[in-house]
Design a protein around this ligand. Structure first.
Ligand code: PXP
Length: 249
C-alpha cells in the first residue's frame, strides 16, 4: 500500500500581497496557522536575498510559532546559512537564486558544485535541519544529491506544469516521464522525494500517481485560489486531488 502524500503549503505570496501596500496585512504567519488548521502537513517559506515577499521577522515567527514542520527555502549564501543555524527550521531546502528572476526558474546547479555544497550540507545537518536539494529530475543531479548525503530532494515540476497548462501534450508527456524516472532513481538511492513548482489541482492529482513522491510543496496556485474560495477550501480541494491521484496507484 502506498502512503498518503504530505502537502506543504508555501505562504510566500501572502507576503507579496502585504508588501504591495507596505503595512502588516495580510499576515503570512496567520495564513500559515490557518493552513495548518485546514490540514497542511507543513509550511514552506522562501526568504529571498531581496526580501521581496517573506521577511526576516516572518521567518523568525514561523520558526517560533508553527506546530507543523517549517521548510525554509534558502540560497546557499553565508547570510542564509547563518540564519538557518539560528532559527533551526525542520527542513532547509536549497534553491538557486538570481535577483532578476520572478520565481525560481530551474533546479539548483549541483553538478560540479559538490565541493562547495559539502560544507553547506554539513552545517545545516549539524544545526538539526533536514537538507533538501531543489533540483531538476535528471540522473546527474540526483546522483550528486546521493553523494552529498542529502536526505531529501525536491524535483522541479515547473517545466512539466507549464507544458500541461500550454496544452503541449508531447512535451508534457516527456516531462512527466522525466519526473517519474527521477523520482524512482532518487528513491532507489534512499532519498526521500518531494516535488514542487507550478502545481495546481490537476497536475497535483496526476503527479500523485507516482508512488515515490512523499511530499508536494504548493504556493502560488493555492494563494490565488484562496482569493476566490478561501484558503481552507483551496487546501481541502488540493488535499482531495492529491488523495484521488494517490488512490489510483
Ligand atoms: N518548491 C520550491 C523549492 C520553490 O522554490 C517554490 C516556489 O517558491 C515552490 C515549491 C512553490 O511553487 P509554487 O508557488 O509555484 O506552487
Amino acid at each position: 500500500m502506498t502512503s498518503r502524500l504530505r502537502l506543504g503549503v508555501n505562504i510566500d505570496h501572502v507576503a507579496t500581497v502585504r508588501n504591495a501596500r507596505g503595512g502588516a496585512l495580510p499576515d503570512p504567519v496567520r495564513a500559515a496557522h490557518q493552513a495548518v488548521a485546514a490540514g497542511a502537513d507543513g509550511i514552506t517559506a522562501h526568504l529571498r536575498e531581496d526580501r521581496r515577499h517573506i521577511r526576516d521577522a516572518d521567518m523568525a515567527r514561523l520558526a517560533a510559532e508553527l506546530t507543523k514542520p517549517l521548510n525554509f527555502e534558502m540560497a546557499t549564501t553565508p547570510e542564509m546559512l547563518a540564519l538557518a543555524e539560528r532559527l533551526k527550521p525542520h527542513a532547509a531546502c536549497l534553491v538557486p537564486e538570481k535577483r532578476e528572476e520572478r520565481t525560481t526558474e530551474g533546479g539548483l546547479d549541483v553538478v560540479g558544485q559538490e565541493a562547495a555544497l559539502v560544507p553547506v550540507v554539513a552545517r545545516l545537518t549539524a544545526a538539526g535541519c533536514r537538507v533538501s536539494l531543489f533540483i531538476e529530475a535528471d540522473a546527474a543531479p540526483i546522483r550528486v544529491a546521493a553523494k552529498l548525503g542529502a536526505p531529501v530532494v525536491e524535483l522541479h515540476t515547473g517545466s512539466w506544469c507549464e507544458a500541461v497548462v500550454a496544452g503541449e501534450a508531447e512535451k508534457a508527456q516527456a516531462e512527466f516521464r522525466r519526473l517519474a524516472e527521477g523520482a524512482a532513481l532518487a528513491a532507489s538511492l534512499g532519498i526521500e522525494v518531494h516535488a514542487g513548482h507550478g502545481l495546481d489541482y490537476d497536475t497535483a492529482r496526476l503527479l500523485a500517481a507516482v508512488p515515490e513522491f512523499v511530499e508536494f510543496n504548493i504556493g502560488h496556485f493555492l494563494i490565488g485560489e484562496a482569493i476566490f474560495i478561501g484558503l481552507d477550501a483551496a487546501i481541502n480541494r488540493m488535499r482531495q486531488a492529491m488523495d484521488e491521484g494517490r488512490a489510483a496507484v
